[in-house]
Design a protein. Structure first.
Length: 685
């Protein structure tokens, strides 16, 4: 198992020379870099340790105009190797790189004070002390400092020992999400090798562990997707440190030979991934952390910006609408901060929440670290972490409170998938189960939700409880009606869907599924009784005598045809008294269309579907419906009049067409045919 260490430091302080002395690899791969003797783009090397393990290095440019390239290299590192020349001491890019590492939240590091052979021992001690005081103001506080002379080899053994200890500290503190979850590689280089095709490189994360402690990693031959563009490619080959492998897990530098895709379709900043967890978004909910104050040393300066004005003149927290450059993974994109109303909340430790609105979508995951830099001057505005790559919109934002934001921030910091899922559900009110599953996959553990799972969505407990109380109130109040002792399920389902839309913004099939599961839960727990397509208050449903139930079932069967006998004759034949007929009507098991004509609920719905389907093509005539149902004019005219009265069909000069309450033309608040009230028929009688 390896870690990725990124170099940092001012130009010409000896980063690349030090790596060459440690590893024997020249990280300056470009001809222009070798000609000019300076690092221009990100370079790579690796160190084979005595215990058989490996440390991967990312060498970054130190020039002030190449900070963007520097951030590409540090975006996916685990630890830092800060290089400071003993003759120069800390310089401008030393401070800037330290601020960037601090913004990214890098806590594990080591410092090499180079060129010690060119200065007196007193100067070395002075620089070591100065660097130590600078580190104390950042997340790298307390990191070891090792004097070295790269060309002469002085101090290299001590530095190798320090790097081994750094490796162990990093592995011990590595977040759950680094190796767990699906493999994902943020692309930092794209090129073509003749005879092989498209190759991308980056630091692979994920794929190394799951809930059971296993994990298949990224395997040659797998099909990967490439976000944010939704592309796909086959992994034709994998290399780790210039050696071909069949399988690789997160934590090291990796090259992927991709088949079925042109190199021109790929760019730095894209993410190659397998499985769930990586989202595509141009709007992020984030937790911001103030930049380290690394100006002139003095005892009066604190480690991080607090509320108010910082020594560089910047305000903290950043103002609403501030523009910044977001550096996340290997991606860089312009962003605007939203810190008004519910978007801004103070978090423990001087942090603050915000919404980042990006100029284009990026591939991002919960827990991703980032840095915000000002467009001009190019200085660190804030560091931070992604809390929610798909934050709530519309009415669901009403649920955003400082307490819920703080719960989510704490859960993300802990890397606990159960807590993250629960906090996200509480924040949104309702969340698709796919997103909840993606959180679990990202951290390699199943989420044991305390929220209420409902079909295709997970509801927050308070939302589920409110819906259940609403259903009970609807059924109890509706059951008191003199017309019916029960409430149609369709009416309750529509009411719940409307309540979900108003409270969480949930619509469509997800809202319908959630409504059904809430109803089912109440029925399963005996709080309500389902009688076919109606819901009944148990207190008002004492049950019917067995003989009456049998007679009612016989009558329902007699009426389950397209041309039923008269209701009076059928009732006599079935031995069903008037009380049984009324109970069947109340429960929707039979539907009366005329004084002596009734159908079973099943037959009636079948006839409705036939009539509406025919009317949707061409205007429906009585003769056409008669032929389609195999009945006579007596039945057809009664049915058409009933459908017209209920709004299922609508009369036109050419015939009947679907009405506003029909399955094809139903108004949003109109009842479905199986839930039509008997008021009209009752009043006619």
């Amino acid at each position: 198992m390896t870690v990725v260490v990124g170099t940092a430091g001012h130009i010409d302080h000896g980063k690349t020379t030090l790596l060459r002395a440690l590893t024997g690899i020249d990280a300056d791969r470009l001809p222009e870099e070798q000609r000019r003797g300076m690092t221009i783009d990100v370079g790579y090397a690796h160190l084979d340790l005595d215990d058989g393990s490996v440390i991967d290095f990312v060498d970054v440019p130190g020039h002030d105009r190449l900070v963007g390239n520097m951030l590409v290299g540090t975006g996916e590192i685990d630890a830092a190797l800060l290089v400071v020349a003993a003759d120069d001491g800390p310089r401008a890019q030393t401070l800037e790189h330290l601020a960037l590492l601090d913004g990214l939240g890098i806590t594990n590091g080591i410092v090499a004070v180079t060129k010690v052979d060119a200065v007196p021992d007193e100067r070395v001690a002075e620089v070591v002390d100065l660097v130590g005081r600078l580190l104390a103001r950042t997340t790298l506080a307390g990191s070891p400092i090792v004097p070295v002379a790269s060309v002469l080899g002085l101090g290299l053994d001590e530095l190798r020992a320090g790097l081994l200890a750094l490796r162990d500290r990093t592995l011990a503190s590595r977040s759950k999400g680094h190796l767990a979850g699906p493999p994902r590689l943020a692309i930092d280089r794209v090129f073509v090798i003749r005879g092989h095709g498209t190759v991308v490189t980056g630091s692979l994360r994920g794929g190394g562990s799951d809930a059971s402690g296993g994990g298949s990693g990224l395997v040659r031959g797998a099909t990967a997707r490439i976000e944010p563009d939704g592309l796909s490619a086959r992994v034709r080959g994998i290399e780790a440190r210039n050696a071909a492998v069949e399988r690789v897990v997160g934590g090291g530098r990796t090259a992927l030979n991709l088949g079925g895709i042109d190199a021109g379709a790929l760019r730095r900043g894209m993410v190659v991934t397998i499985g769930r967890g990586v989202e595509v978004s141009d709007r992020l909910l984030v937790a911001l952390r103030g930049p380290a104050v690394l100006g002139p040393l003095g005892p009066e300066r604190g480690a991080h910006g607090a509320q108010g004005v910082m020594p560089n003149g910047a305000s903290w927290p950043p103002r609403d609408g501030a523009r910044a450059r977001l550096h996340i993974g290997t991606e860089a994109v312009d962003a605007r901060l939203g810190r008004s109303g519910r978007d801004a909340a103070d978090l423990p430790g001087g942090r603050s929440t915000a919404i980042l609105r990006l100029v284009h979508p990026i591939a991002v995951a919960i827990g991703d670290r980032f840095v915000l830099r000002r467009p001009s001057p190019g200085e660190v505005l804030a560091g931070g972490v992604v809390l929610d790559p798909l934050p709530a919109r519309g009415v669901a934002r009403r649920r955003t409170t400082p307490e819920r934001l703080a719960d989510l921030a704490s859960a993300v910091a802990a890397g606990d998938p159960d807590a993250i899922s629960g906090a996200l559900v509480a924040l949104h009110g309702a969340l698709p189960t796919e997103r909840v599953g993606a959180v679990s996959a990202l951290f390699g553990e199943p989420a044991a939700l305390g929220s209420v799972g409902v079909g295709d969505v997970v509801l927050a407990p308070d939302v589920a409880d409110a819906l259940k109380r609403r259903v009970v109130a609807l059924v109890v109040d509706g059951g008191a009606s003199p017309v019916s002792a029960a409430v149609p399920v369709a009416d309750v389902r529509r009411d719940l869907a409307a309540a979900l839309r108003r409270s969480t913004g949930l619509v469509g099939t997800a809202a319908a599924s959630a409504s059904d599961r809430v109803i089912d839960d109440l029925v399963d727990r005996g709080r309500l009784v389902r009688d076919r397509d109606r819901l009944v208050d148990p207190a008002r449903a004492p049950g019917l005598p067995a003989a009456l139930e049998v007679a009612m079932a016989r009558l329902e069967a007699l009426l389950d045809v397209n041309a039923p006998p008269g209701l009076a004759a059928a009732s006599a034949e079935a031995g069903c008294p008037p009380d049984g007929v009324r109970a069947l009507e109340s429960a929707g098991r039979i539907v009366r269309v005329d004084l002596d004509l009734a159908y079973s609920g099943t037959a009636y719905r079948r006839l409705v579907e036939t009539a509406v389907s025919m009317a949707a093509g061409v205007p429906l005539t009585p003769a056409a419906l008669r032929d389609a149902t195999g009945t006579s004019r007596k039945y057809v005219m009664a049915l058409i009049e009933d459908f017209d009265r209920r709004g299922i069909l609508r009369r036109t000069p050419d015939g009947h067409v679907p009405g506003r309450r029909g399955p094809e033309g139903r108004a949003p608040d109109a009842p479905a045919p199986d839930g039509i009230s008997q008021t009209t028929v009752a009043s006619k009688r």
